[in-house]
Every structure is written in C-alpha cells, then in structure tokens.
Design a protein around this ligand. Structure first.
Ligand SMILES: Cc1cc2nc3c(=O)[nH]c(=O)nc-3n(C[C@H](O)[C@H](O)[C@H](O)COP(=O)(O)OP(=O)(O)OC[C@H]3O[C@@H](n4cnc5c(N)ncnc54)[C@H](O)[C@@H]3O)c2cc1C
Length: 259
C-alpha cells in the first residue's frame, strides 16, 4: 500500500505569532516546525504500512526549501521519503493555489491513501483535505478517530459535534485524522540519524506540471481587505501582570461566584 501524507512546516505556535500589518500576511519569520497535527497523520500512515506488512509512506509538502528541516522529523519517525514542492512563484499561495499544487504533486505519486492532519496550526482552516480530494475526485473522510483499512475499503469512525458517524469509502481516498486517533511516536536516535539519508526530492512547479499562473499570488483567489483585532467579549477585563495578576484573576472569579 502506498500512503502519501501531506505535511506542512508552520511558524512555532505561541503568543508571538503576528500578522504583518504591511503585507496583511502572517509573519513567517522566526522558529518553525512541522505542524503538530500532521504527526498524527504520519503515525497512522506508519501503522497502516506496518499492518499491511509492506508499502511506502511518502511525505508531500508545498513550502520553502528550508521546510525540509522540519519535514525530516517525519522521516525520522519512519516515513520512507519526502517530496517538497518549492518554487518562488508559489509564494503567496492561498487555499485554491495550494490545493492545486498539492493535488498535482499527489497525482504523480498515485497513492492508495492520502492522509492529512485535522488542521494546520497557522492557518487553522481545516479545509485543505476537502479541496485536495475534490481536485483528485476521491472520497474524503475527516475527523477520523478510528480507522480500518481492509480489502480496498476504509471504515472510519468520524467524530462530530453530536456523536459519531461510521463511514465506509473505497480506496483511493483522502483521509483527515483527528488528533485523538493515536499517540505519535517519538523519533528514535537511529531514526534521526538515518533521516538525512532518506530521499528528499525538491521539485519546482513545472516538475509537478503546474503552470506558474495557477500558483502563488497569480493563482490565488483570496484578497485580504483589512485586519482588525477580534472584538472583546462583553463582560471581559484585560489584566496586565504587575505581579498581582493571579490575585486579580481570583478576585474576578470570586466576584462571579465561580470559585
Ligand atoms: C492571500 C494569502 C496568501 C498566503 N501566502 C502564504 C505563503 O506565502 N506561505 C504560506 O506558507 N502560506 C500562505 N498562505 C496560507 C496558505 O494558503 C494556507 O496555509 C493554506 O491554504 C492551508 O490552509 P490552512 O493552513 O488553513 O491548512 P488546513 O486546512 O488547516 O490544513 C489541513 C491539513 O492540510 C495540510 N496542509 C496545509 N497546507 C499544506 C501545504 N502547503 N503542504 C502540505 N500540506 C499542507 C496541513 O498540514 C494539515 O494536515 C496564504 C494565505 C492567503 C489567504
């Protein structure tokens, strides 16, 4: 079984994330790492390969060339190789352009299963898998909290707001896994040492058959018109910590009889 896992390098999550007011885009400078939700998808791919007894796990990404530093974590966990589409003409790709590039890169791989994490911690759109599945004309199942693959069919338990759906779909299929599905393994020392030697193909847009007009800003359909901080919620109070923040929070909760 051939399993492709779409993975993305993201800015480290934390309080320092910001939108650049000049470009109205996320400031992607600073420390970066592999999107944490993608680790669940890699883990599941490795388990599917182990259960099948053979097969291949290939990581597929669109990003900057230096994203390979983060993607190697997936190789260290046990994935067999990585394909990174990296091209200056792809900078500024929105969902429409990114999904087109990923779909074309995936077509060249012809996987039986395409796995995604539930969302990316920077964009938080939780929609890329649906867009890629539509382009590949494959069934898609999201929020998977249990997964079985047998005889060319997947059976998945899909977490919903009010309970669970049980869904069957034929392969090939696009599957987005919930972070409750598994506990990602830690890369072993041997895995970390071996990751650099695994095949890591950096491809241009033309290598995957994408015309530059369908990627980057040229291929994007989103225009960010303006940005503003979210509106405060009615009865809220901002506490600046001058050393008494803990006491102020406690007073606030006591006032409302919450503690
Ligand atoms: C106008 C505009 C310009 C942008 N410019 C840039 C830019 O220059 N550089 C940039 O990095 N982002 C850019 N983005 C953000 C980028 O379009 C989104 O990150 C992308 O559409 C994915 O959406 P998401 O992050 O919400 O992913 P989600 O839908 O939350 O992610 C779901 C799954 O898809 C996977 N996935 C998402 N993106 C990729 C990818 N690139 N490769 C492999 N797997 C992926 C995630 O890892 C996750 O497993 C831009 C967005 C807009 C609107």
């Amino acid at each position: 079984m051939k399993i492709a896992v779409c993975v993305k390098e993201v800015p480290d999550p934390g309080p320092n994330r910001r939108i650049d007011p000049g470009t109205l885009k996320m400031d992607r400078s600073g420390d970066r790492s592999l999107n944490a939700y993608d680790l669940n998808a890699i883990e599941e791919a490795l388990r599917l390969k182990e259960a099948a007894g053979d097969g291949e796990v290939v990581l597929v990404s669109l990003g900057q060339a230096k994203a390979l530093d983060s993607i190697r974590k997936g190789l260290a966990m046990g994935a067999d190789r990585a394909v990174l589409v990296s091209d200056e003409a792809a900078a500024g790709s929105d969902l429409v352009a990114t999904s087109h590039v990923l779909a074309e890169a995936l077509k060249a791989e012809s996987p039986d299963v395409v796995l995604f994490g539930q969302q990316a911690t920077d964009g938080d759109g939780a929609v890329m898998w649906a867009a890629v599945a539509e382009r590949l004309k494959m069934p898609v199942v999201s929020q998977i909290s249990e997964l079985e693959v047998s005889g060319g069919t997947i059976t998945a338990k899909r977490q919903t707001e009010f309970g669970y759906d049980r869904i069957q779909a034929p392969l090939p299929a696009v599957l987005a896994v919930a972070d409750s599905l598994n506990e990602p393994r830690y890369p072993s020392l041997k895995g970390i040492m071996g990751a650099k030697k695994k095949p890591q193909d950096v491809k241009s847009l033309s290598d995957v058959g994408v015309d530059a007009s369908r990627a980057g800003e040229a291929g994007s359909r989103t225009t960010v018109v303006s940005l503003s901080p979210p509106q405060g919620r009615g009865d809220s109070r901002k506490i600046e910590d001058d050393g008494s923040a803990a006491q102020q929070i406690l007073d606030f909760l006591v006032e409302r009889k919450l503690v």
